[in-house]
Design a protein around this ligand. Structure first.
Ligand code: ATP
Length: 241
């Protein structure tokens, strides 16, 4: 379980972006963090993964905990070692490497070659499309395949928690549904804990068990996904209905 307690984040010592964010991501479930552009969703993920510091950001108040241990004082590679990985927005594959080489690169933290092979097979089991495209240079994959690949690559480190940043961006809804279906299966079958950042509230609330809505650096609403789907404010502001 991941917990953020009243987290404040400041960039460049002056730009206050998170203004006391508290949220809980339950083990082996999908939690979504919704909100408009610039609300602070990516910053929230970076506060968990420790990647804030690379951008001169800092958790200045509150804490981030994973299974009772504080993450917000750890270096990013230490956070990865605890089993928490972030998948960035924008599908950053290693374009000149094949699909399978990208997966191999994601497995570099495993010491034994046999475990890397096992990991690749597990990814192929969930994303059969990647198996078909294993020998293709990843720069030539479609957007959907690249999104599957960056998720698959993150799975190669055998994480307990995965932080997904806007996986739906620029993809057709049917494809997003397919990817989200796989994410849900991973959470159930592999006990993977997922924090999913999305602007597409409609699709995110289909896959998530619980949702939070963020506005201007604060959580303004949260609840079971089913309840949020029926909430009038959500419908108006985030589902565009
Ligand atoms: P998006 O969907 O556009 O990624 P978001 O909800 O993820 O939006 P963030 O990327 O967390 O929002 O950005 C929140 C605010 O913090 C924005 O106003 C942004 O300009 C600011 N911000 C983000 N990164 C930095 C940085 N490295 N330095 C200064 N300000 C930043």
């Amino acid at each position: 379980m991941i917990t953020l307690n009243n987290v404040e984040v400041i960039y460049d010592s002056v730009i206050l972006v998170l203004k006391g964010v508290s949220l809980t991501v339950k083990e082996a479930s999908v939690t979504t963090l919704l909100g408009a552009n610039g609300a602070g969703k990516t910053t929230t993920l970076k506060a968990v993964s420790g990647l804030l510091r690379a951008e001169r950001g800092e958790v200045t108040k509150g804490s981030v905990e994973f299974d009772g241990e504080r993450l917000d004082r750890l270096a990013p590679h230490e956070v990865v070692k605890r089993g928490v990985v972030q998948v960035f927005e924008g599908r950053r594959v290693f374009e000149h490497l094949t699909t399978e080489e990208n997966l191999g690169a994601g497995g570099h933290i495993q010491r034994e070659g046999a475990r890397v092979k096992e990991g690749i097979e597990r990814v192929y089991q969930y994303f059969p499309m990647l198996k078909e495209r294993r020998a293709v240079q990843s720069g030539y994959l479609s957007g959907g395949e690249q999104q599957m690949l960056v998720i698959g690559r993150a799975l190669m480190s055998n994480p307990k928690v995965i932080l997904l940043d806007e996986p739906s961006l620029g993809l057709a809804p049917l494809l997003v549904e397919e990817i989200f279906g796989i994410v849900r299966r991973l959470s159930h079958e592999q006990k993977l804990t997922v924090l999913l950042v999305e602007q597409n509230a409609n699709l995110a609330l289909e896959v998530a068990e619980h949702g939070y809505v963020m506005e201007n650096g604060r959580i303004v609403l949260d609840g079971p996904a089913a309840a949020l789907r029926n909430n009038a404010d959500i419908k108006e502001f985030y589902l565009g209905l």
